[in-house]
Design a protein around this ligand. Structure first.
Ligand SMILES: Nc1ncnc2c1ncn2[C@@H]1O[C@H](COP(=O)(O)OP(=O)(O)O)[C@@H](O)[C@H]1O
Ligand SMILES: [Mg+2]
Length: 333
């Protein structure tokens, strides 16, 4: 068997009779036993890739092997060897947590008694034991995502696809889910995770690929990507756009990348945050300009994008709002 859990070569997927290239020649090599991050903004092709790898959707061209099985020629074998937790919760709202997991166990040909004990074990593992007999209608967003993840694990697959597992979750639920994912990897599971958050890929994934409009624009370890970016973003806030414009000439060269100005804020990419901040403060002060504020932050996906493509991620789009119903139905079908 290949050393890779997933080997995809030049995968292309078009829609609308070829007018839209959702994936335009994407190759992935996902090593076993770790989290691999597929990072990209809305519409970059993440879900399309996951759907191809989980045999829901056929590639237009290219090949993909999952756990050594060809997604086109051996879809049944692929499906038996993976777990999938989609972008939208797929649990049946009219059932309790226990009933949902038991049903999935039965669908996976487990005997009823085995299905029930597996369900209880997973509910316990994901902190849902107390809610086991409650209708999932009453679950919070975080509880649903955990149940979804549990559902993907009923058959104990060695490879798990998680499509934006934490999008829309509150910070605490996100942390909880990260802990769970780390635990799964410790138990030997391979995880292919899609996310819009660099922070998430950074925390969980050893290697990552950044997608934009269906092509890979960067890949490597999170550390490599960050090093390419400079470690930190220094935001310098002014009281007027006029001040910001004037200050740019004074402090722009403190940035390792072209400084970015948005209204009253200048963003500088810096290597040593605190000393760069002190330096900027001195220069601005010497010129008699008033600062409205200074802040340091880790690079975001948006910064990666700006640095790699010269444009920001397309934030004006509603985060996948439109396809919700359609997508949810498809996921259940
Ligand atoms: N079934 C479909 N029919 C037509 N276009 C689609 C379909 N699925 C996805 N797309 C389009 O393909 C592109 C990539 O979508 P998707 O893979 O869902 O991106 P992501 O998951 O990164 O947000 C988008 O432009 C999306 O509108
Ligand atoms: Mg998606």
């Amino acid at each position: 068997m290949s050393e890779f859990a997933v080997e995809a070569l030049n995968v292309v997927r078009t829609f609308d009779g070829g007018a839209l290239r959702a994936l335009d020649g994407v190759s992935l090599h996902v090593p076993r036993g770790e989290v691999f991050g597929l990072l990209g903004p809305n519409g970059s092709g993440k879900t399309t890739m996951v759907r191809i790898l989980s045999t829901i959707l056929a590639p237009t061209s290219g090949t993909a092997m999952v756990n050594g099985f060809d997604v086109v020629r051996q879809p049944q074998r692929v499906r038996q060897s993976i777990g999938l937790a989609g972008q939208y919760a797929t649990v049946d709202e009219n059932l309790t947590g226990l009933e949902n997991l038991r049903m999935i166990g039965r669908l996976n040909h487990l005997r009823t008694s085995v299905a029930v004990s597996r369900a209880r074990q997973l509910l316990e593992q994901f902190g849902l034991s107390e809610a086991a007999d409650r209708s999932t209608k009453t679950y919070s967003g975080g509880m649903r995502r955990r149940l979804d993840l549990a559902a993907a694990l009923v058959a104990d697959p060695p490879l798990l696809f998680l499509d934006e597992p934490t999008t829309g979750l509150d910070p605490q639920s996100r942390q909880d889910l990260w802990g769970i994912i780390e635990g799964l990897v410790e138990d030997g599971v391979t995880v292919l995770l899609t996310t819009q958050y660099l922070e998430e890929a950074d925390r969980l994934a050893r290697q990552l690929v950044v997608l934009d409009h269906g092509t890979i624009i960067a890949q490597g370890t999170s550390r490599e990507l960050k090093t390419r970016l400079g470690a930190t973003v220094l935001e310098v806030h002014f009281f007027s756009t006029e001040d910001a414009r004037r200050a740019l000439a004074l402090i722009g060269d403190a940035s390792t990348k072209p400084a970015n100005v948005e209204g009253t804020v200048i963003e500088l990419t810096v290597e040593r945050g605190p000393s760069a901040a002190a330096d900027v403060l001195r220069r601005v002060d010497a010129a008699g300009l008033a600062l409205a504020g200074l802040s340091l932050r880790e690079p975001s996906l948006d910064d990666v994008f700006l640095s790699l493509t010269g444009h920001r991620t397309e934030k004006d789009e509603e985060p996948d709002a439109a396809p919700r119903g359609r997508e949810a139905r498809r996921a259940r079908a």
